[in-house]
Design a protein. Structure first.
Length: 566
């Protein structure tokens, strides 16, 4: 996922310094000297990326190195980090690696913890199901489906409004606020009384949690380059699996409280896990600085980063994507900007796949713990038997996101998910009432341990957008389609089709085959658009290219020097 905004073809790199002493001296005395060798020209091997001389220049060539384009892309004075922008700044790989590791520990780890809390609160209903949750409240599996549908629908509805609020007040304010609000709803499930209160809390949780994921992704993009972000997103989504594994162990203990004070164990599960999220939400107000240059606060008067580190952070991100400075982090979006993104047909193919790509594997996942109970396993056994699929899914998630980066492809890991699921779904369809519970468990575990390549598709949508405002809206729109995926999936397994769900599994197989075909069409679409733009751009003289950049009204991914990732 390395290419987002095509670098001007006239930007040529000079050779990388090999002598550490002379490089350091040059960095101090002549900022117009060499730039680092472009990373994109240093081919990765399959198993490892190229290593750099730690004391050589890391500063990458960009539009800021040519006077003709410097002023076109110069950050506006209203941008929060403009005081650290310096097109003449140079730094070494040693400095950059140190800064990135610091960002990982201070920013990424806490994002992981926040997402852990989100998934703990939205997935603990699966553990509650193993403790007779539906029977205690007088609910059927169709009521359970309706609850999941309402949750996804409300989550979907809240996506764009949440993003608009976040863009206006800043994710550092809005994300912790969201967490505090939904934690009260989550722990309030302790007092559920029946169908009405169950559906109401599902709706409220969806409204409160909607927008959280794209909000945090936009926030992380302030700190990471396009090549770094997908790998971080893989670890970000790995927190889902960690939450489900840890949640299964927590549930194993908490559900044993059934009978204490005459209450069911699942009530204590909701109460305690909701309280944990409340604590994380409160701490998040102090753990999310607004931007790389705004880390000072009353609890950290010196901030997290030095002036030198701030300069490196700001300039390396802008050299990677100059569009990241076109909006202030407290700047809201206009109706016109939203409309422009809505009508951007070039990203629609990714939205469509957000609706479909996880449908084949989601119903078996939603019903995993309920299915295990129906097969005769106890509450404790059902929770513990759900762990292998979570561990397998986490391993495959990280492996395929890594492969996606190495081979620089989005389509391959996304198609791999469909190919992985297809034979397993066919096997599931052939099962009968006489099939061994352990055979059923093995196949369902493999299906629900699918490679969760959602981070690849999220990064793909971000890559094929351009500009902070565009990414803000497109991220919301994509996640809305993704939540609609959940609505569709929640209604494939029906009560009149249980326990083998033959009709539902036929539908899953059909969607899986359809997805492979659609990904092929999308691959050809983006490849064709890029080929056409290459032909037109290369037919222009250098003067015509400059004139286009100076006079064009094309914005974002409509510009002729933009290349789509696929």
């Amino acid at each position: 996922m390395s290419t987002v905004l095509a670098k001007p073809y006239y930007a040529k790199a000079v050779s990388e310094a090999t002598d550490a002493a002379s490089t350091k001296s040059a960095l101090k005395t002549d900022s117009t000297i060499q730039l680092g060798a472009p990373v994109s020209e240093q081919k990765d091997t399959f198993w490892r990326q190229p290593k750099h001389n730690l004391d050589s220049v890391a500063t990458q060539p960009s539009v800021f190195d040519d006077p003709a384009t410097l002023e076109q892309y110069r950050p506006p004075q209203t941008w929060e980090n403009v005081h650290r922008f310096d097109p003449s700044a140079r730094w070494t790989w040693r400095e950059e690696y140190r800064v990135v590791r610091k960002i990982d520990w201070l920013i990424m780890v806490w994002a992981f913890i926040m997402f852990f809390a989100l998934d703990l609160d939205r997935s603990n209903i699966a553990q509650a199901n193993t403790d007779n949750f539906l029977n205690d409240l007088g609910l059927t599996t169709d009521d359970f489906n309706l609850g999941n549908t309402l949750f996804k629908l409300c989550f979907l509805i809240a996506e764009l409004p949440s993003q608009l609020i976040s863009k206006r007040v800043g994710p550092d304010v809005w994300v912790p606020t969201q967490m505090v609000l939904w934690s009260f709803v989550s722990l309030g499930q302790f007092w559920l009384t029946g169908r009405g209160s169950f559906l109401a809390t599902r709706c409220l949780l969806g409204f409160m949690q909607g927008g959280f994921i794209p909000d945090v992704i936009l926030y992380l993009s302030y700190f990471y380059t396009k090549k770094e972000l997908p790998t971080r997103l893989a670890w970000f989504w790995a927190s889902n699996y960690v939450a489900e594994i840890v949640g299964a162990f927590i549930a194993t203990g908490l559900l044993k409280l059934r009978g204490v004070n005459g209450k069911a164990g699942w009530r204590y599960l909701f109460l305690i896990e909701g309280g944990l999220t409340l604590a994380i939400g409160i701490v998040s107000f102090f753990m999310m600085p607004p931007s790389p240059t705004q880390t000072k606060a009353w609890i950290r008067p010196k901030g997290w980063f030095t002036e030198r580190e701030e300069t490196i952070m700001v300039n390396r991100v802008l050299r990677d994507d100059p569009s990241k400075s076109n909006m202030h982090n407290r700047q809201g979006l206009s109706v016109r900007m939203i409309w422009d993104v809505l009508k951007d047909w070039r990203i629609w193919p990714i939205y469509v796949m957000g609706l479909l790509f996880l449908v084949p594997v989601t119903p078996p996942q939603n019903y995993l713990t309920l299915t295990l109970r129906n097969l005769g396993y106890t509450t404790t056994q059902s929770n513990l038997l759900s762990i292998p699929s979570k561990f397998l899914g986490m391993v495959l998630l990280l492996m395929w996101c890594y492969i996606s980066e190495i081979i620089d492809s989005r389509i391959v890991p996304l198609v791999a998910l469909q190919i992985y699921a297809l034979p397993l779904l066919v096997a599931l369809y052939t099962f009968t009432a006489g099939t061994s519970p352990w055979v059923y468990f093995a196949v369902v575990t493999l299906i629900t341990g699918y490679p969760y390549v959602h981070p690849v598709q999220v990064a793909w949508a971000s890559t094929n957008s351009a500009g902070v405002g565009t990414r803000t809206v497109s991220a919301s729109l994509y996640n809305m389609f993704y939540q609609a995926d959940g609505i569709v999936s929640a209604n494939i397994y029906r009560d009149d089709d249980k326990p083998l769900y033959k009709r539902g599994n036929r539908a899953l197989i059909a969607v899986c085959v359809l997805n492979v075909f659609l990904y092929l069409v999308i691959y050809l679409f983006y490849k064709g658009v890029n080929k056409r733009r290459d032909r037109i751009w290369n037919s222009w003289t250098a003067k015509e290219q400059h004139e286009y950049l100076e006079t064009t009204k094309d914005q974002g991914n409509a510009r002729m020097n933009f290349r789509f990732a696929y």
